[in-house]
Design a protein around this ligand. Structure first.
Ligand SMILES: CC(C)(COP(=O)(O)OP(=O)(O)OC[C@H]1O[C@@H](n2cnc3c(N)ncnc32)[C@H](O)[C@@H]1OP(=O)(O)O)[C@@H](O)C(=O)NCCC(=O)NCCS
Length: 188
């Protein structure tokens, strides 16, 4: 299958760090983020994505080529259930506008059944449009916009039932193939 999400392993930290810096540099166009004296953007608890059970980093691969990444955080919901959120989502420019982001997001939601809260950053209206459309279609409109402590903006909250074939959070080095549902992806 041409589209995959692959859970990043310890030996891939540098690869993720490089992609993350491209992402943060792009986001710094609209959002003031300063680099440190070594020229690095600050990344909150980067190592946590490799050593904590409640964090996951996934690479996006298109025809086995590295195309981007997704960072997912897990916490406990008030009712004791699992609560997931996307803390970063990035595709290299050449892979955008083809429906790949949507397919990857759907698979990442499927991999982690439970409640999801996707933060909307008003300073990144394109990402807001993307997440609203994707969640609207993924949930068949069954989501709500709300606010949560610790995020100065709206979040989209919805439930992922998971997918029969997908396990909850795959282990480091494991991959999930991404079903392609949209015609514009057929040529990928
Ligand atoms: C956001 C991002 C992941 C979207 O990926 P993508 O593969 O280009 O998105 P898709 O092609 O799957 O688009 C899915 C839907 O979202 C919409 N969408 C995607 N990018 C959009 C944009 N820039 N503006 C408005 N709508 C957009 C698409 O129109 C599409 O809806 P449609 O089928 O009705 O036309 C990608 O643009 C990216 O990596 N951006 C830079 C990093 C970033 O901002 N990340 C999000 C914050 S963490």
């Amino acid at each position: 299958m041409p589209l995959k999400v692959v859970r990043a392993g310890d030996n891939e930290k540098q690869t993720l760090e490089r992609l993350l810096h491209m992402c943060l540099h792009e986001l710094s166009e609209r959002h003031e983020i300063e680099v440190d004296c070594d020229g690095r953007f600050p990344v909150e608890d980067f190592d946590g994505y490799f050593r904590r059970g409640d964090r996951a980093a996934y690479f996006i691969r298109v025809k086995d080529k590295l195309a981007g990444f997704v960072l997912v955080k897990q916490s406990e919901a008030l009712d004791g259930g699992k609560l997931y959120s996307i803390s970063q989502f990035f595709l290299l420019h050449m892979y955008r506008g083809l429906g790949i982001g949507e397919e990857i997001a759907r698979t990442v939601f499927d991999l982690s059944p439970g409640t999801w809260q996707v933060p909307l950053n008003e300073e990144n209206p394109a990402a807001c449009q993307f997440f609203k459309k994707v969640v609207w279609r993924y949930t068949a409109k069954k989501f709500r916009e709300t606010s949560v402590a610790g995020w100065d903006g709206q979040v989209i909250e919805f439930s992922s039932p998971g997918a029969g074939s997908a396990e909850a959070i795959i282990k480091a080095g494991q991959e999930a193939t991404v079903p392609i549902r949209h015609a514009r992806n057929v040529e990928i």
